[in-house]
Design a protein around this ligand. Structure first.
Ligand code: BG6
Length: 482
């Protein structure tokens, strides 16, 4: 089987993995993302005929009922066209087991279920449940696996509630699974354009020489969503935008944008290069945090279901980082993320130096919903006039490639990457640890130094107070004005 690695190389590898066990088999993630991804993988011929998928949940379904529910979600969310034949081929692989994941005895029943199905090892365990269940599951699995050499685990985020909790969770996982068999998900790493950033940076000589403080004024990374907290407030209200999006997804993007070229194409070298960026963040000193961070909350958030009426949780965060090294000293990296914003858009905006922002080149790397890159250049307006105008050189992935639907979605790519032990698309513990400790410190300083949670209108671009973190002369790059 040909598999694309994180670095875009093709490798030939067959996976020994024959079983996928999904804790959280009746959850939102399973229905919206994981089963559609498994459907696509199966249609593409990536799962062997004798592959077995065991959904585990608390609800009392028969396998038939479970499959019919999955069918409706696959119809709605699968990237590839839904066909009865295609779904039936997946359905033949699906089993369901009802169990209470906190009950150690229930794992004996799971072990018996394996015996009935002829399963022993080479299993991928997927923890798509609330993090407080992780330790019960890991403990429960010790009942089944006396030796645990070949089984892998994919752990969904959030990876812990804070640094201490994440450390505990990590120790528990490492006590049971071999380190190389632990796959910590950050689904942004499976996104097409994130994987493309390295190619754009390191395979275009024109960028290599100018990707530094001498040519770049500032870098802005945005992840805006139009949706609100929805039905996830139980988790989200304990977390907030900074921990939910910045600590993981957005720092992944920042470190890939800022890192030095990895010494080779291995996952390890890429992770090391990213970690060095995290190590180089300029620490925020006491008294400074309000110049580095702004929190916001959309109007109406505290009336959402399961949100505490006196909640101080932010649904928006704007942060500034400096990477203190030879390449970047003095260049601000801004991150903004929010829910219920004016539009859904994840983008990296690189502003080059110019006399002022209006006269500067800009490179946009569009992550979603559209995928592509745009370079803003100056030309003389056609005709006899000497007027100079800004124009766009655009590359839209969806226009150029035959069909964007041919690009696997993040979860499809990540499940397959785990099957063939390709770790480049997953986060390593050191990265999580470093990003947690930096973000924790900022969050704590913000609280100590009286940072407010500023209200913003749903459908806007967040609170105006976010402007206070902009360096003199910088402004938010708004696409229409570039
Ligand atoms: C998740 C967050 O990790 O990412 C959610 O927990 C957020 O709050 C989601 O909505 C965004 O993912 P995507 O792929 O839609 O950008």
């Amino acid at each position: 089987m040909a598999v694309s690695t994180s670095t875009g190389l093709l490798i030939m590898e067959t996976s020994k993995n024959k079983v996928f066990v999904l804790f959280g088999g009746t959850g939102d993630l399973a229905y919206r993302k994981l089963f559609p991804a498994l459907y696509n993988l199966n249609v593409r011929g990536c799962l062997p005929d004798d592959y077995q998928i065991i959904g585990i949940g608390r609800r009392d379904y028969t396998a038939e009922e479970y499959i019919e529910i999955i069918r409706t979600w696959v119809q709605q969310f699968s990237r590839l066209e839904y066909t009865e034949e295609g779904f039936d081929a997946l359905a033949r692989k699906i089993r369901y087991l009802q169990m209470d994941m906190k009950d150690v005895m229930a794992y004996e029943r799971l072990g018996e279920f394996y015996e009935e199905l002829g399963i022993s090892d080479n299993i991928i365990y997927y923890y798509a449940v609330s993090p407080e269940l992780f330790r019960y599951i890991t403990k429960g699995l010790t009942v089944i696996h006396k030796r645990n050499e070949d089984n892998k685990v994919i752990v969904e985020k959030p990876f812990g509630k804070n640094l201490e909790d994440a450390g505990k969770l990590n120790r528990e996982l490492e006590d049971f699974f071999r380190c190389e068999n632990i796959y910590r998900i950050d689904h942004y790493l499976g996104k097409e354009m994130l994987m493309n950033i390295m190619t754009i940076r390191f395979h275009n000589t024109i960028f290599k020489g100018i990707w530094n403080k001498d040519f770049i004024d500032n870098i802005q990374i945005n992840a805006f969503e139009t949706v609100g907290v929805g039905s996830r407030a139980g988790y989200y209200d304990q977390s907030g935008a900074t921990k939910d999006m910045v600590q993981n997804h957005l720092l992944q993007i920042l470190t890939i944008i800022a890192m030095e070229e990895p010494t080779d194409n291995t996952a390890d070298a890429v992770h090391k290069a990213q970690e060095r960026v995290l190590d180089s963040f300029r620490p925020v000193q006491s008294g400074e945090i309000l110049n580095y961070m702004v929190k916001g909350r959309y109007r109406g958030y505290t009336e959402e279901e399961n949100v505490a009426p006196d909640s101080k949780t932010e649904t928006y965060a704007a942060l500034k980082f400096f990477v203190e090294n030879e390449r970047w000293t003095g260049v601000p990296f801004y991150i903004r993320t929010g829910k219920k914003m004016g539009k859904r858009e994840s983008e990296v905006r690189i502003q080059f130096k110019g006399d002022n922002p209006d006269e500067a080149n800009v490179l946009l790397i569009r992550i979603q919903p559209a995928e592509g890159i745009v370079l803003k250049l100056f030309i003389k307006k056609p005709g006899t006039t000497q007027e100079i105008v800004k124009v766009s050189m655009d590359y839209w992935q969806s226009d150029v490639l035959e069909n964007i639907m041919n690009t696997p979605e993040a979860y499809e790519r990540l499940i397959q990457a785990c099957r063939v032990s390709e770790k480049g698309l997953f986060t390593e513990w050191e990265q999580i640890q470093k990003s947690w400790s930096f973000v924790n410190k900022m969050v704590a300083l913000y609280a100590e130094e009286g940072g407010d949670v500023h209200e913003y209108e749903p459908g806007s671009y967040g609170p105006l107070e976010a402007n206070r973190i902009l360096a003199p002369g910088s402004r938010w790059i708004v696409e229409d004005q570039t």
